[in-house]
Ligand binder design. Structure first.
Ligand SMILES: Nc1ncnc2c1ncn2[C@@H]1O[C@H](COP(=O)(O)OP(=O)(O)OP(=O)(O)O)[C@@H](O)[C@H]1O
Ligand SMILES: [Mg+2]
Length: 890
């Protein structure tokens, strides 16, 4: 087709960015054409029009004004699109033929800089994942803050490790080699899937990736190269940098430090556990309200907010590190003044990390620099407060704050206090900073004074009282006279414009002053813009120091926040032990105790160790408080390892390597899994990943299937966890049949007490030793207000089931006698039951194979005795005997 040169240019550029919506700058608009126009008009709800393009048909087009583009881009990014921004890169007035245009940046979900799209207290990550010979390399960058992290996952748990880390980081966009898109897409089962971007293979190749790293990190990288454990890490980090370079088309100087980290430094929390414990997001509400983060986050800076979130999501394993946080929090709890003074100072600190991002990105405006300046002013106060503290971590934090006095002085001297948003309107540079700026300003001001004087003089000369000097963009300055006064206009007025009820004139004198005002004004704006860029560059030379300071500020803020939470919640400092004991006195659930009215929450004790009470079997009526209690224990342990004080009168705790939870029935219909399947998947993850240093919470496992299957699975799980894994476990169940597992040393029954008053029950919320005697399901149903008719009918049904219950109890007893070797005699059989595994020392050394599923038993159960002759029965018995003989151990 014979398109116009402009459309040809468009098509040429679009060809290079097939995956992005192309914002094509035309004057004051960004226009989209063809497919992009359809897409944009649909997604942005803007009118689709057409444009003559040289051919017979008009091409579809729609556009957005350039000054409002940010919010439109934000909406497209939010919907998972990429946007390529194409600007006019030469002055249209100077251009011969068509104006030169180039894509200056591609905005993708993982490379957003626009503050409209960023949440203050969340990181926005772009991640790159590379499958290698021995696992996966992972690199993550947040270009809005400049953080750049690299790690790897190898060995048997590599997949799981990667998935869990991605679930924690929640990157907005994931870069993978193009050929791996499919594979990774199906491998990663994340609740919040990032946009997966296939990227050219070459960028992941060793040489190219290495070069990208060397280019970004220079000499520093050379030294660090040795630390790279695997090629896949180089590939991940290098490809990520290439992608950033390609999409951002500029130097990202604030990405100046690679942080290598090992997930092994932190407590592992899988996605299910994070969700179940409602660390940062409610299971139902999906919001941050009533989460642990909500309770602990009293940070006043955005940096602190992001840090405390990552602390909660990555509890520590190193005792010294935990103790040093606890020490700092302790001092801040004790010293009201220090805490208040720090909070007061911190309040004034803007988001330094993102300011630095914009400065080095070249998008910071004068207001950003003023925000930086206002922050810097408060550094000396904060530094000296922290340096004078007693706790080592506070002093170190103070020490890490760089005052950046040179940058502060420059900004004080150069930038106006309240500058305009735009950099093209002047009004940025302070008086006294630059001679020429001052001179032009005076000239402009003089010109304006002259114009005012001229207006006065002309009024006097002509006798037209309403004569006025005005200005518009087309004609510049003019003298306006209303129609009724036209007869008074002198000869030397030259007419320029006629309006409905006025005429506009100019005079030579007027034009002279106009030159003074406008000429000076134009030059002034340009000069100010130029000076501003120079200043921004000078500031950008200091970004390393600003970043270090930002990190220190974040840490200080997070520590103060933990102290604030401790004071508000009446928390105490946990005592870490190496004896494998968890000893909580009067523990509370940190979130629920806030939701309930004061004094309503009933506290509970927990005493667990590696010997006598390692696995709690918790029974009790519905609504009694089982789930709450178990989560409370998990949260207290997690808080302690975060370095936080905890909601209890006293807490002694050992360090756990992982916390696992299997809680309630969370449907994952969108993930294509049934309730029961989700449950079993989570159980598998627990069994595969737990160690004897882990803490496991299992809430009513097996509930999602038929009673007998449920009991069998639950029982086998308890036995396996207890005997083979040896993890500290809280296991709640409504299957009272399980409570006789108490005979295994280390398993203890607990129940949540209730008081029966006639047909009602009163929940006491106290966790006490021993098993619950009954379920009270119907009582709870009554509490819920189920119609009396239904309640009565259920009571009837329950009664009629009693004989059945009795007989099933007898059956269970019989089964146990026959197959359950919880006696010394059968120890040997039990030892062999889980082949290839060693039992946990101190677990009582016995385990029963679960015989319930034995084929003989299955068949026995299904025999239709009514329709069998005695002979058939005898034959069957013979057959059973033979088959059992075959399976007997030699
Ligand atoms: N220690 C406590 N103090 C005060 N109220 C509590 C306490 N524990 C639980 N509750 C209240 O009881 C409600 C039910 O608690 P929870 O969900 O833990 O019961 P449950 O025993 O797990 O019940 P179900 O068997 O139905 O799952 C909570 O929502 C809370 O309002
Ligand atoms: Mg429950």
């Amino acid at each position: 087709m014979n398109f116009t040169p402009m459309i040809k240019q468009y098509l040429q550029i679009k060809e290079q960015y097939p995956d992005a919506v192309l914002f094509f700058r035309l004057g004051d608009f960004y226009e989209m054409f063809f497919e992009d126009a359809h897409l944009a008009s649909r997604e942005l709800e803007i009118t689709l029009t057409g444009r003559d393009a040289g051919g017979s048909e008009r091409v579809p087009m729609c556009g957005v004004p350039y000054h409002a583009a940010e919010s439109y881009i934000a909406r497209l990014i939010d919907k998972g699109y990429r946007v390529a921004i194409c600007e006019q890169v030469e002055d249209p007035a100077a251009a011969k033929g068509i104006v030169k245009r180039e894509v200056v940046r591609v905005v993708t979900p993982g490379t957003v800089m626009e503050s409209q799209l960023l949440e203050d207290k969340n990181n926005n990550y772009l991640a790159s994942v590379v499958p290698g010979k021995d696992g996966f390399g992972l690199a993550v960058a947040d270009i809005s803050t400049g953080s750049f992290l690299v790690t790897c996952f190898s060995g048997a748990g590599a997949r799981l490790g990667l998935t869990e880390e991605l679930a924690r980081l929640r990157p907005a966009e994931l870069l993978v080699p193009r050929s791996e898109v499919e594979a990774l897409n199906s491998m990663l089962k994340l609740a919040e899937m990032p946009l997966i971007s296939g990227y050219c293979e070459a960028a992941f190749a060793r040489d190219e990736a290495g070069q990208a790293l060397a280019r970004q990190f220079g000499a520093a990288f050379g030294e660090k190269q040795r630390i790279f454990a695997s090629e896949s890490m180089v590939a991940a980090a290098g490809s990520l940098l290439s992608y950033l370079r390609e999409t951002q088309k500029r130097e990202l100087a604030h990405l100046n430090k690679i942080q290598f980290y090992q997930t092994g430094r932190y407590m592992v929390l899988d996605e299910a556990t994070r969700r179940n414990l409602e660390l940062t997001k409610g299971i139902m509400s999906r919001s941050r309200k009533n989460t642990l983060l909500d309770v602990l986050d009293h940070t006043v800076t955005a940096m602190g907010g992001r840090l405390i979130r990552s602390w909660i999501e990555q509890p520590l394993l190193d005792r010294d590190e935990i103790e040093s946080r606890l020490e700092a929090v302790g001092e801040l709890v004790d010293s009201v003044f220090l805490r208040r003074d720090l909070q007061d100072g911190l309040k004034n600190i803007y988001d330094l990390e993102r300011l630095v991002g914009r400065i080095s990105f070249g998008t910071a405006n004068a207001r950003d620099l003023i925000a930086l300046k206002k922050s810097l002013v408060h550094l000396p106060g904060l530094k000296s407060l922290l340096e004078q503290a007693g706790a080592a971590l506070l002093r170190k934090t103070g020490h890490d704050i760089d005052l950046i006095a040179d940058v502060l002085a420059l900004l004080e001297e150069a930038i106006e206090e309240d500058p305009p948003l735009s950099l093209r309107d002047g009004g940025i540079i302070k008086v006294g900073y630059n001679h020429e700026v001052d001179r032009l300003r005076t000239a402009g001001r003089d010109g304006k004074i002259m114009l005012a004087a001229l207006e006065e003089r002309e009024r006097a000369r002509t006798g037209i009282k309403s004569l006025k000097v005005g200005f518009n963009k087309v004609f510049g300055y003019y003298i306006e006279v209303t129609k009724s006064n036209l007869h008074l206009v002198p000869e030397d007025f030259q007419r320029r414009q006629t309006l409905a009820n006025a005429e506009r004139y100019i005079t030579p004198e007027l034009k002279e002053y106009e030159d003074m005002v406008l000429g000076a004004g134009e030059r002034l704006v340009q000069l100010e813009y130029h000076l501003f860029q120079e200043i921004r560059e000078k500031v950008s030379a200091g970004i390393g120091r600003i970043q270090r300071t930002a990190a220190a500020i974040a840490r200080g803020d997070a520590l103060v926040s933990l102290a604030e939470a401790a004071v508000r919640g009446g928390y105490t400092r946990p005592v870490i032990n190496s004896e494998g004991e968890i000893n909580i006195r009067d523990g509370r659930h940190p979130v629920l105790e806030n939701v309930l009215n004061a004094g309503q929450f009933v506290s509970n004790d927990t005493v667990m160790d590696d010997r006598e009470s390692r696995l709690f079997l918790i029974t009790g009526p519905n609504m009694a408080g089982k789930s709450t209690y178990m989560r409370q224990v998990a949260l207290i342990v997690l808080m302690a390892q975060t370095g936080s004080f905890v909601p209890a009168a006293y807490t002694g705790t050992c360090l756990v390597d992982r916390i696992f939870t299997r809680v309630g029935a969370a449907d994952d219909l969108s993930g294509g899994q049934s309730t029961f399947m989700v449950e079993m998947n989570e159980c598998r993850a627990i069994v595969a990943g737990a160690t004897n240093r882990s803490l496991i919470i299992m809430d009513e496992v097996g509930r999602g299937t038929s009673t007998y299957d449920g009991i069998s699975i639950a029982r086998a799980l308890v036995e396996y966890i207890h005997l083979r894994i040896g993890a500290k476990t809280l296991f709640s169940t409504h299957y009272h049949e399980l409570t006789d597992l108490e005979r295994l040393p280390g398993i203890v029954n607990y129940n949540v007490a209730v008081k029966e008053v006639g047909e009602d029950i009163i929940f006491l919320r106290k966790v006490i030793p021993g098993k619950a005697d009954r379920s009270y399901g119907i009582h709870v149903a009554r509490l819920a207000g189920l119609p009396e008719e239904i309640l009565n009918r259920s009571a009837e049904v329950l009664k009629s089931l009693e004989p059945v219950q009795e007989s099933s109890r007898q059956l269970a007893a019989a089964m146990e006698y026959a197959f359950n070797p919880l006696t010394q005699d059968n120890l040997k059989v039990a030892e062999d039951s889980f082949q290839g595994n060693n039992s946990v020392p101190g677990a009582g050394g016995c385990y029963s194979i679960n015989m319930a599923d034995h084929p003989v038993l299955k068949e026995l159960r299904s025999l239709d005795l009514q329709n069998m002759t005695p002979l058939e029965a005898i034959n069957k018995l013979d057959q059973f005997q033979k088959s059992l003989a075959n399976q007997d151990p030699k």
